[in-house]
Design a protein around this ligand. Structure first.
Ligand SMILES: CC(C)(COP(=O)(O)OP(=O)(O)OC[C@H]1O[C@@H](n2cnc3c(N)ncnc32)[C@H](O)[C@@H]1OP(=O)(O)O)[C@@H](O)C(=O)NCCC(=O)NCCS
Length: 237
């Protein structure tokens, strides 16, 4: 088995969960494993610390100090789910520097695609003809079924389940245990609350929750995110 050096940007909850599973991740196609060099985090309070036994080697710009290491950005929360897009855009690395981490218990048939920089945690299941974009995070026990599309920078928390033909647009955040009815669309940068059942389309940049899910409010997404259209991030790299 060959091993690739890896840097994780961020040292918060999802970054620590990713680091804890490092021995269980494999490359999407092939059998290579990962050797974790450390976290990179822009929070000065985390500089030179050790988090869960893993050193914080510097800020995110330190990716350029290890040009042969692959990188994955593991930031984002229900209060700032666009941070990953911001960091990826600012770093501007080519596609072949982004690691794609697929847990050994995840199911990804050959009929499915997963983009660079994405992380599929334990027991994520893609059934068939599922398209997962770049820099997407799926937490444990996410189930994506036939013909679903998940846009870049989307985050699917633990236990999210999508019926067939669902479109989750770029940057959307689906809270833990949320479910989405077949052929519904969750608009770009919108957030669906934990445990919600989405039965109709959610427009872009709104917060919805409940069963059935209803609009709570608009999402506090920075204007720069609205100006980014599909593919534009790729152009900036
Ligand atoms: C949807 C969410 C963002 C709303 O948070 P908020 O803006 O702080 O909203 P509040 O807690 O003030 O709640 C506003 C109203 O929505 C309701 N509400 C909030 N979240 C809800 C949910 N998931 N389902 C149903 N109703 C919900 C509240 O009960 C409240 O109702 P009320 O006005 O009748 O009292 C948040 O509750 C949530 O679900 N976050 C995702 C958490 C998650 O999945 N984390 C995973 C991390 S790994």
């Amino acid at each position: 088995m060959t091993f690739r050096d890896l840097l994780i940007v961020g040292a918060g909850g999802f970054a620590r969960e990713t680091a804890a599973s490092i021995r269980d991740f494999r490359a999407l196609h092939g059998s290579s494993g990962w050797r974790l060099l450390g976290f990179l985090d822009d929070d000065p309070a985390r500089a030179d610390t050790v988090v869960d036994g893993v050193p914080v080697l510097g800020g995110s710009d330190a990716v350029h100090r290890w040009p042969n290491a692959l990188v994955v950005v593991c930031t984002g929360s229900p209060t700032n789910w666009w941070s990953r897009a911001r960091i990826v855009t600012r770093l501007g690395l080519p596609d072949d520097r982004w690691a794609t981490l697929v847990h050994s218990t995840a199911v990804v048939p050959r009929t499915c695609d997963v983009g660079p920089g994405s992380v599929l945690m334990a027991q994520t299941v893609l059934t068939t003809a599922v398209s997962v974009g770049a820099h997407v995070h799926t937490m444990p026990h996410v189930v994506l079924t036939h013909d679903d599309t998940v846009g870049e920078f989307a985050t699917l928390a633990a236990g999210v389940r999508l019926a067939g033909g669902v479109a989750v647009e770029r940057g959307a955040y689906l809270g833990a245990g949320a479910m989405v009815r077949e052929h519904c669309r969750v608009g770009a940068w919108s957030l669906v609350g934990m445990g919600s059942v989405v039965t109709r389309d959610v427009p872009p940049a709104e917060v919805w929750a409940g069963t059935p899910a209803r609009r709570l409010r608009s999402a506090p997404v920075p204007a720069e995110m609205h100006g980014l259209h599909e593919g534009e991030m790729g152009d900036e790299r």
